[in-house]
Design a protein. Structure first.
Length: 445
């Protein structure tokens, strides 16, 4: 089946939209705060360069050469044992499992956009009560916005590569950059900006331990949307003679820049108005709303802008998480795009309702096993196993299974003298790092 092609700028916006998600604007600032700032940021940037960039090129290469869904691409390219390597393509399931909770979080963001229009909590305690009430008691609100997320994502994917995915990213990504840019420029005028810069870029290695190092490696991988087949599926729709390395560089720069700008902006507001950088996962939903309240009317405007930017980042990533399995059903079972989009999205929508219930009083006890409820298990299993395994499979496949001559033919003209450096990183540094991440997350290290 002929696959619709991205335009060159459309692919870069779509790949950037896949990479730039909630991990950049929500997760990166709070884990940076938890691990003391500068030293963590330095480790993160190094791992983005040595691991994330290497695997992104490898994932793009598989999609570009395979020209199909993730399963078919592995099967088409494997020189031997095709029946086994095709299972490497089922890493696309990871994106669908991420969407189980990702869609719920997007729903929270929608709720906070509306809430910010009508008023903000005046203190951290009030913000904590508001969030806790929504999370543990307000099932209807969470279901409504989760449903809205499901409908938007399904509609966009059903419209196809050009009419849906590319168009969405061509609109939302520039708007995201503008919103974050405006808020960042305002942050530079505040006294707290200098403290934020010092916090993020002055390394204090006394704050760093093995957990912080592994967290930096894992987040560098997650934030680039690797190991889920998203970049691979998008790359199957690239024009011929596309420059994979140049595209990877642009995506990595955009992704990293948004994370750094968002971190500087948020920490500036926190320092300026008495918040704490080490607020943890509640930084966005608990600490920041009370900070925005202290800014008066401007705070209401910024709160809406901020949560809108989060929604944009979440939606562009969400589409990329679902598309790999949609393309699989189209290619392997000859389903129409609308049918594939609806059936695939219904999975994360229905199971996502279970994720919501796992927080709701009266249901959570039935949906909790060990120290985690269903929502947290979905997050943990994708982060600890599915994404790293997907990255490991790609690094091994390109580094050891594909003939080096085939890889060189495409990438040496684009990488030049740095080809061997990239190839070494892919074969040795990336696999070892990913194994360490997995072992740490399951408590072996």
């Amino acid at each position: 089946m002929k696959i619709a092609r991205f335009s060159r700028i459309g692919f870069i916006m779509a790949a950037a939209g896949s990479a730039v998600g909630l991990g950049n604007i929500w997760k990166f600032p709070y884990i940076t705060g938890e691990y003391g700032g500068g030293a963590f940021v330095l480790i993160y940037l190094v791992t983005v360069l040595l691991i994330g960039f290497s695997i992104m090129i490898a994932e793009m290469l598989i999609g570009y050469l395979g020209r199909a869904d993730t399963v078919s691409s592995f099967e088409n390219l494997a020189p031997t044992r095709k029946h086994l390597w095709k299972f490497g393509g089922f890493q696309s399931l990871a994106g669908l499992f991420v969407m189980i909770y990702y869609s719920v979080v997007i729903g929270w963001i929608f709720h906070y956009i509306v809430s910010a229009l009508f008023g903000l909590p005046s203190s951290v305690d009030e913000a904590k009560t508001v969030f806790s009430t929504m999370l543990h008691s307000d099932f209807k609100t969470q279901l409504f916005y989760h449903t809205l997320s499901f409908l938007i994502v399904t509609f966009v994917i059903a419209r196809g590569i050009k009419g849906g995915i590319e168009k969405l990213n061509m609109v939302l990504m520039p708007m995201l950059f503008i919103i974050v840019g405006v808020m960042f420029l305002y942050a530079t005028t505040l006294d707290g900006f200098h403290k934020a810069v010092e916090f993020m870029f002055k390394p204090d290695f006394s704050k760093i331990n093995s957990t912080a190092f592994v967290t930096a490696v894992g987040h560098a991988f997650f934030t680039l949307s690797l190991g889920m087949g998203s970049i691979m599926t998008y790359s199957a729709s690239l024009e011929k003679n596309a420059n994979l390395v140049k595209s990877s560089i642009i995506v990595v720069i955009l992704d990293t820049a948004i994370a750094l700008f968002a971190g500087l902006m948020l920490f500036t507001f926190l320092y300026e108005y008495g918040g704490q950088p080490s607020s943890g996962p509640g930084l966005v939903f608990i600490s920041l709303p009370s900070v925005f309240y202290q800014m008066g009317m401007l705070g209401n405007i910024f709160a809406v802008m901020f949560f809108v930017s989060l929604a944009f980042a979440g939606l562009t990533s969400a589409v990329s998480l679902v598309e790999p399995m949609v393309q699989y059903f189209i290619d392997r079972f000859s389903w129409g795009r609308k049918k594939a989009s609806v059936m695939t999205s219904l999975f994360f929508y229905i199971v996502g309702i279970v994720a919501i219930l796992s927080h709701i009083d009266g249901y959570s006890s039935y949906l909790t096993w060990g120290s985690r409820n269903f929502f947290d298990w979905a997050d943990f299993l994708t982060a600890a196993f599915m994404l790293p395994v997907g990255g490991l499979i790609m690094s091994v496949f390109v580094g050891y299974v594909l003939p080096k001559s085939q890889v060189e033919k495409v990438l040496r003209p684009q990488l030049g003298r740095t080809f061997e450096v990239w190839y070494f990183s892919l074969r040795y540094i990336a696999p070892v790092s990913l194994v360490i991440v997995m072992l740490n997350l399951v408590g072996v290290l």
